[in-house]
Design a protein around this ligand. Structure first.
Ligand SMILES: *Cc1c(COP(=O)(O)O)cnc(C)c1O
Length: 515
């Protein structure tokens, strides 16, 4: 096929020697050598980061690091990429938290896969913008095909659609906003985009679990409904939303004269990696005519695995779903999506700008900006997932997820069997909340101080990094396993570091008591 994309009668421009000198920093056809040199320097820093790092954190303090910044003056540029990256290395890379090391098990930061990193090189340089067809072309088709793939994995029909976003908070915001606007147009014949909130909006209610992501609170305020509109439903012993309590809460709100608009189920809570009963919640959403949004920012990884996919059963009932590929698909930040069961839902947020996507557009259906609310110019993040799936395939990624889940289950058994530890609960995916609390210290009510001390000392030392969280007012340590290279041996290592710092604290605490 010949698309006649290149008009051979147009001569390539010729640049003068002076231009070549003056414009060597611009990414243009005369600067490919400069580009190559710069990328080689950058690559050198990255491979050194991989090869020389033996622990996830250097232990640097903010004061130590800040001191190095004093000497940098933007008005005197450096002379070479070698100098530039030596400085960047000193100020940043040498002390950056290394998520790829097996002893990093703190937050929801996955190690990243190489096809996605190679894709980043193209994303940055070619710099397509995904808002309109005329700024992206094939990029738009790739994004749309990945959206369809994800929708299919969720179990949505062919009528589904979606869009890539910068992250789960943004995807959730879109899901909640669609819920609000869908309710107003469908049941009140009221267009919030044009008219603002209707009088009934002060009675709109959204239901979430006590363990839902904190960003939903910001979202509900941003939507003009106020935090009062967010009803927090109690959870069961494993911190999953209790569907019986959900129905009670819905009925209570109805009795109070309020309007149940939507429910957000979490598939993979940030703290526990547990999955709300999606099927039961979906059925209740149907029964009370509520929008059903599933926040699968973390749990979307289960879409990849045959073995544990059943844990997401019921997700196909959702009206909208959040997926964070940068949490559970081994993608570099940012990579997220909001998926909807019916493409027409997205019409609720479409705005036609005359200069970008006018209504009488010849590329109808090809301007992804029609589907976004919070972004215009948008990175081609989808290329990372594209390259990942094409190089590795779903099965291999799924096997990584299986390994993570199984290492976590084995870790939970180890912690539960150790009398010095208290495990709060098992995890559907890969997050464990527990604390060090040996019998000798239990009578003294120092569990919080003890575990805060452990977390702080571990971060300072940098050999293994864990997170912390509060549950029912008490401080706990948290492991989040997202690296299939983290083995049970590493876990034993990490637990012995926990014990070393914990035992030191207990010893000095008991010593002061006795002195
Ligand atoms: C991380 C997380 C989010 C927010 O996603 P970002 O990509 O950080 O914006 C939302 N929900 C859950 C359950 C999460 O774990």
């Amino acid at each position: 096929m010949n698309f006649n994309t290149i008009d051979t009668t147009t001569a390539l421009p010729v640049y003068t020697t002076q231009q070549a000198k003056d414009y060597k920093d611009i990414f243009y056809e005369g600067a490919s050598n400069e580009y190559y040199q710069a990328m080689e320097s950058a690559r050198g820093v990255v491979t050194a980061f991989l090869e020389n790092n033996t622990q996830p954190f250097s232990g640097v303090t903010p004061a130590q690091l800040r001191a190095l910044f004093a000497e940098v003056a933007f008005d005197t540029p450096l002379e070479s990429y070698a100098q530039l990256f030596a400085e960047v290395k000193r100020l940043y890379v040498d002390h950056a938290t290394a998520f790829h090391l097996p002893h990093y098990i703190a937050h929801l930061n996955c190690p990243v896969v190489i096809p996605a990193l190679a894709a980043e090189v193209l994303i940055a340089a070619i710099n397509s913008s995904q808002d309109t067809w005329d700024q992206s072309a094939g990029g738009t088709l790739m994004e749309q095909k990945l959206v369809q793939w994800t929708c299919n994995e969720i179990g949505f029909g062919t009528d589904a659609d979606g869009v890539f976003t910068a992250g789960g908070s943004q995807s959730n915001l879109m899901g909640m906003l669609l819920a609000r606007d869908y309710y107003a147009t469908t049941y009140l014949q009221h267009n919030i985009r044009k008219e603002g909130l209707p009088a009934e909006a002060s009675r709109f209610r959204f239901f979430v679990s006590e363990m839902s992501h904190f960003s939903l609170q910001n979202t509900i305020s941003l939507m003009g409904l106020g935090e009062k509109a967010l009803i927090r439903v109690g959870t069961d012993a494993a911190f999953r939303m209790d569907a019986t309590l959900l129905e009670k809460a819905i009925q209570q709100e109805l009795k109070n004269g309020n309007i149940p608009v939507g429910v957000v189920a979490t598939a993979g809570t940030t703290d526990f990696g547990n999955i709300d009963p999606l099927d039961a919640i979906g059925k209740l959403a149907g029964k009370y005519n509520m929008w059903f949004h599933v926040d699968a920012a973390y749990g979307c990884g289960l879409l990849l695995t045959h073995k544990y996919r059943h844990l997401l059963q019921g997700i196909e009932q959702a009206n909208s779903v959040t997926t964070d590929y940068h949490k559970a698909f081994f993608q570099p930040i940012s990579s997220s999506a909001l998926l909807v069961k019916h493409h027409h839902y997205l019409n609720l947020i479409t705005h036609h700008a005359d200069y970008l996507n006018p209504e009488e557009n010849e590329f109808a259906g090809l301007n992804q900006i029609d589907k976004t609310i919070t972004q215009s110019t948008r990175r081609f993040d989808a290329l990372k997932l594209w390259c990942t799936l094409r190089m590795m395939g779903k099965q291999k990624l799924g096997a990584y997820i299986d390994t993570i889940i199984e290492t976590t289950a084995a870790t939970a058994d180890v912690i539960a069997a150790d009398n010095d530890f208290e495990l709060l609960c098992y995890s559907d995916i890969s997050a464990l909340v527990f604390r060090y609390h040996p019998a000798a210290i239990r009578a003294y009510q120092v569990g919080d101080a003890l575990n805060q001390h452990i977390k702080k000392e571990m971060f300072q030392e940098g050999k293994a990094i864990v997170a912390g969280t509060r549950v029912n007012g008490e401080f706990y340590l948290k492991f989040t396993l997202l690296n299939p290279l983290t083995t049970l041996e590493h876990i034993h290592d990490i637990l012995s570091i926990v014990k070393r710092h914990g035992a030191a604290y207990c010893q000095s605490y008991l010593a002061t008591l006795n002195s």
